[in-house]
Design a protein around this ligand. Structure first.
Ligand code: SAM
Length: 278
């Protein structure tokens, strides 16, 4: 029988966020695979856990994953942790999980902290949907290209960013997306936690004037287009055709989401309306 692979979430700054189950599992497994063993050693010492540690980090993911899978197949229970939060979310983990699944090894999540869910929980997103982007590319040209491709998204965009790149990210976002409402979540669960709703325009002078410290999640809301006052589906579609820059496909998607209905009838009517214009 193979062992179990546990994917264990750990605190993103506040040790009180460690779950009882995470402590028990980390204490019971044969081996803990950690992104940075020195970092995780401190966490384990805090909770009196003596389980052996091995490293599992981005640059060596493939080779470390196959070694760990061999150990799991040999019957060892292994827990995977990252430096903070949930492994596999902008952190190493995917290669091990994929390989373990292919090898028929049970994969068991131990849910807990993540900067993603913590920031979202304070964002008040009424639509319930969002698009998790994670880290934008470090190169400005690639970052701008990505932002352009996301500029017509109807969903709030969730980005992770580090303090040394946040200035360039906010400037590019303002240039490409224009002014947008933003949830700025910095140092979540730590002493200097800062969570506020602001705008890209207000952030630009602030990131220029202040040295921003600590990790951040930035949630950028969709563009603040006027919404149609129309009542019938036909009127709504005509309004979008004449007043927005959205593509026919994006209009159908948005209207279907707003009305809570399927897309096929909306798409049929939209095609007729768009064709009439030509
Ligand atoms: N796997 C982690 C998770 O579940 O949140 C994310 C790891 S990723 C390498 C690190 C990024 O997560 C940071 O650059 C930042 O964007 C975000 N992050 C982590 N801790 C945070 C915190 N306490 N406050 C705000 N953002 C945080």
């Amino acid at each position: 029988m193979p062992g179990n692979l546990y994917i264990v979430a750990t605190p993103i700054g506040n040790l009180e966020d460690m779950t009882h189950r995470a402590i028990r599992i980390l204490g019971e497994v044969d081996l803990i695979a950690a992104e940075d063993t020195r970092h995780t050693r401190k966490l384990l010492t805090h909770f009196g856990i003596r389980t052996p540690l091995t490293s599992y980090y981005r640059e060596k993911e493939a080779s470390r994953a196959s070694e760990l899978i061999d150990q799991l197949l040999g019957g060892a229970d292994v827990a995977l942790v990252s430096d903070a939060g949930t492994p596999g979310i902008s952190d190493p983990g995917a290669i091990l999980v994929k390989g373990a699944r292919q090898a028929g090894i049970p994969i068991i999540p131990i849910p807990g902290p993540s900067a993603l869910s913590a920031a979202l929980s304070c964002a008040g997103l009424e639509s319930g949907s969002f698009l998790f982007v994670g880290f934008a590319p470090p190169k400005s040209s690639q970052r701008k290209k990505l932002l352009e491709s996301l500029s017509t998204s109807d969903h709030p965009l969730v980005f992770y960013e580090s303090p040394h790149r946040i200035g360039r990210f906010i400037r590019d976002a303002f240039e490409i997306l224009g002014d947008r409402t933003v949830l700025w979540a910095r140092e979540i669960s730590k002493k200097f936690e800062e969570i506020e709703e602001t705008t890209l325009e207000q952030l630009v002078p602030r990131i220029t004037a202040e040295k921003i410290r600590g990790e951040l999640v930035v949630i950028i809301h969709p563009g603040d287009e006027e919404s149609p006052q129309a009542q019938s589906l036909e009127e709504i579609l005509i309004w979008y055709r004449d007043n927005s820059t959205l593509s026919l496909k994006d209009v159908c998607r948005r209207v279907a989401a707003d009305m809570g209905t399927g897309r096929s009838e909306i798409y049929r009517q939209a095609l007729e309306i768009w064709n009439k214009q030509q």
